[in-house]
Structures are given as C-alpha cells and as structure tokens.
Ligand binder design. Structure first.
Ligand SMILES: *Cc1c(COP(=O)(O)O)cnc(C)c1O
Length: 365
C-alpha cells in the first residue's frame, strides 16, 4: 500500500466559488486565473469546473497550450505577455490574447508577421511598480499599439498592490480611470480581493475580473475575513492518516529538537505528512488540524515525512484514522488552507502551489 497521503480536488467547490465571484462583480466577465498549474490544483483537474468562466488567464505558454489541448476555444490571456519574439507565433497559432507591458513587447509585435491581428491588454503601472507603463507614458504606448496592423483590439489593464489590505485600491483606480478616461477598449483591474471587496464599484470591476485565489477557496484578506465570511469553499483537501500512536507521560518530549514537552500524560498521533509533501515546516505546536473531522492541534516540529498531533480531543483515534491537513474532512468539517498557512507564516497561495508532486491527487465527484 502506498503512503496514505492524498490530495483531492473538488469541482463543486470551484463552481461554487466562481458563481460567488460572479455575484460579487455584477456584469463583469471572468478570467479564471490558472497560472502556476491552477495554483497547484492541476489545469487538467480544474478545467471541467472552471470552463464556466469567460476566459482563462495564465503566464506560461505551455499552460496555454494545455488549455487549448483540453478543447477550450474561448479567450486565453497571457498575463505577462510574451517573453521573446517567437512567442508571438504561438499567440497567432493558438489565438492567445496577451498583455503588453513594455516597449520591447511593442517592438516585437511591430515586426511580427501574422494574418490574424492580435487582441492585447495594455498594462498600466498604476502604483505596484512591477510591470506596466507609467501613467504618463501609457497613452503614447496606446497610440503606438493602435497604429500597428498586427493589433486588433486593445484592452486596458492594471493590477492592484493592496486590494487585500488597509490601503485599498482607491488611488490606483483614480490614476487608471483618469489616464484611460476617453480610450476605447475593455477594462480589467480586479484580482480576487478587489472583486470581493470592491466589485460593486463599476470602476473597480471593469469589464473583466481576474480572480485566482478565491476561486480555489482561500480568503484573500485572511485573517481579517475568512472563507466563511466570503462564502467560499475549499477546492483542495490534503488528507492523510495516523500511522502511529504514542502514549506520553509528563516530561516526555516529541520530535526533532524535543521542542514539545508533555506537561501531563497525553496521546500523540503520528501523521503521514511532512514538509516533503508541501506541509509548511514553520508550522509549530498549536497549528489547527482535523483528526476524524475533529479540530485539534499539531505538536512539535514538522519533519520531512511525518508530523505529530494532540489526540486529547479525539480519544477514539487510532492507526488509520483520517487526518485533514487542510480542506474538508469526511464528516464535512472544514479547515481552510488559510489557517495552517497563517500558522506557518505564509499564505494559502504558497501552500496550494507548493503541494509536492509525490502527493497522489485525484478529482472527486
Ligand atoms: C495572479 C494574478 C491575478 C490573480 O490574483 P488573485 O489574488 O489570486 O486573485 C490577477 N491578475 C494578475 C495580473 C495576476 O498575476
């Protein structure tokens, strides 16, 4: 028998979350963001559930090829555009929309030979200071693009730095709206946090929202709000089983470095899951975890292939009992990925993407 760890992808949750995002953003169309192999869920595994979106957005040209290979005929957007001139050939062949964020990408387009002109999104750097044209350079870039026979429609795009935090999006929205005021074309601004928090504002939702994380069932502004607040469901469950039980007496310690010491007799369960599976090593004693669907806590250090849990609240637990690291337990109890992520000093984003290839993954339903 293989090690009893596995991940399960939940199409019904993906569908639910997309409906939820659509509701938050009125009449906007939805780019389902499936970069990083659908945030670690697997493009092929999420495709059926996510084809209810209006388009797929990603960065990697090979991932765009995979979405086309699944039979998707609708829009696909390259969020960072092309990396070199010959990428444009693939854009022409696969009919990909691509972001244009710098002069070099316009130069490449200007010498590209294509029968079918491309749809592009021209990206403004409205304050994030990663990719995009500065506001004062945006309109000249637009004029240059507009003059190219290789370009058909020009959409207008920006990305928020603080949609999930106190600073919010108001200043970036103001800059974007001012510079693009009289330009034609579809607008796209909002990631998950902006769509959920500010999607009722037409200037924020634009014509297309670009949700990623919320579609997978993580709250973008956790811990201010959690998935229950946003009515999101986990799209991934990481589960395993107890492969050992130890009865400790007061003074006994657990694991490498003996970081946990029992102050009274306690039953400890040994779980077949470690950092080599993608569980964060920085999670320490107190991190929530479900055993038989009952909320308990991790104790001691996470090691490569195992971690240890407090069985005080689950006296019936024995070897073979179900353990839920994140997601949904068999009894329906939910542990949002945001909780272990926070305890490990990271985000749901990173945990999803870091699910290790050695974890067998399937799709339920
Ligand atoms: C990743 C990404 C998104 C999705 O962001 P979430 O926070 O996961 O919703 C949207 N737009 C761009 C440009 C991105 O790179």
């Amino acid at each position: 028998m293989p090690r009893p760890i596995s991940a399960t992808i939940h199409p019904a949750a993906l569908r639910h979350n997309l409906v939820r995002l659509r509701r938050a953003a009125g009449d906007a169309k939805v780019w389902a963001v499936v970069k990083a192999n659908a945030y670690g869920h697997g493009i092929e595994r999420v495709y059926e559930a996510m084809r209810g979106a209006d388009g797929f957005a990603l960065l990697d040209l090979q991932e765009a090829e995979r979405v086309r290979a699944l039979g998707w005929r609708g829009p696909i957007l390259l969020l960072e555009g092309v990396f070199e001139a010959r990428d444009l050939e693939l854009c022409s062949r696969l009919n990909l929309w691509h972001t244009v964020h710098c002069d070099e990408q316009i130069d490449m387009l200007a010498v590209h030979k294509t029968h079918a002109p491309h749809k592009v999104f021209l990206k403004m750097n409205s304050g994030m200071n990663r990719l995009g044209f500065a506001p004062q350079r945006y309109r000249s870039a637009w004029t240059r693009l507009d003059a190219l026979p290789q370009v058909d429609e020009i959409g207008l795009m920006t990305h928020f730095s603080d949609a999930d935090g106190d600073k919010g999006v108001a200043e970036q929205v103001r800059v974007f709206a001012e510079v693009t005021r009289d330009l034609p074309g579809e607008r796209t601004l909002a990631n998950s946090a902006a769509a959920l928090r500010f999607g009722s504002d037409a200037a924020v939702r634009g014509d297309w929202i670009r949700p990623g994380i919320a579609a997978y069932g993580s709250a973008p502004d956790y811990p201010v709000n959690d998935i229950a607040h946003w009515d999101l469901q986990p799209a991934m469950t990481l589960s395993s089983k107890l492969i050992g039980v130890q009865e400790l007496k007061a003074g006994d310690t657990v694991g490498y470095g003996s970081t946990y010491t029992a102050d009274a007799p306690i039953r400890i369960g040994i779980v077949a899951c470690g950092y080599a599976d993608g569980y964060p090593r920085h999670c320490s004693t107190g991190t929530p975890i479900l055993v038989d669907g009952v909320r308990t806590r991790l104790v001691a250090r996470v090691s490569m292939d195992m971690l240890t849990v407090d069985l005080t609240l689950v006296p019936q637990a024995r070897i073979g009992s179900e353990v839920t690291l994140w997601g949904r337990a068999a009894n329906g109890a939910v542990l949002a990925i945001d909780e272990p992520a926070k305890a490990g000093g990271t985000l749901g984003y990173e945990l999803m993407c870091a699910l290790a290839p050695r974890v067998p993954t399937s799709v339920d339903g």
